[in-house]
Write a protein that binds this ligand. Sequence first.
Ligand code: G4P
Ligand code: NA
Ligand code: NA
Length: 194
Amino acid sequence: MKELQERIRQEGLILSDTVLKVDSFLNHQVDTKLALAIGQEFKRIFAGKTITKVLTIEASGIQFAMAAGIALDVPFVYAKKKKAVTLAESVYSAPVHSFTRQETYQVSISQKYLGPNDNVLIVDDFLATGAALVGLVDIVRESGATLAGVGCVIEKSFQEGRGLLEAKGVQVHSLARIKSMSPGHVDFIEDEEP
Ligand code: G4P
Ligand code: NA
Ligand code: NA
């Protein structure tokens, strides 16, 4: 997605060879028009899949799942990272190991909102280590729902996330794929239009 690549080049702050900060338009302040365009792009890429539900994980996937849900005219659900007392009974859950925080946490979704009749598109802001997305894929499979694919806004292709998801047979589409980066410079993988 050209517009997204341009914004990353103009406004992205590359803090190291591995961390990209996009707080001015994606992750803290959100450019709402761009977010809605991202939703439309996911709709275009996954056209023909008859998606019934978009799934993400709190917090920073939510605005893109909502945008995709608006574009596809379906609800979106976000997995919770903390077990709420109100989410006590029937949940699907999966452990996610955070390498940056060196801890394992549970992600969970009420069983009410995912089941065998669903065809699910998973959406997230970043594809990096893939740990959280692998957890969501496992939850979708446990629920008996069909998984249409995973759509990510920004993929750091030099990290292992895509490979982990593909090894599970998951179709992955990212709107901007970063081959490499360093302060002041970012190199994208140019996909053929899916
Ligand atoms: P891990 O800690 O769980 O192993 O995952 P990872 O290192 O891949 O990413 C930790 C969090 O940081 C994730 O957000 C992920 O989306 C985000 N992230 C990973 N790489 C980058 C990056 O280069 N830039 C930015 N801005 N974020 C990145 P999260 O734990 O899901 O939290 P949330 O922000 O969605 O609440
Ligand atoms: Na996220
Ligand atoms: Na994040």
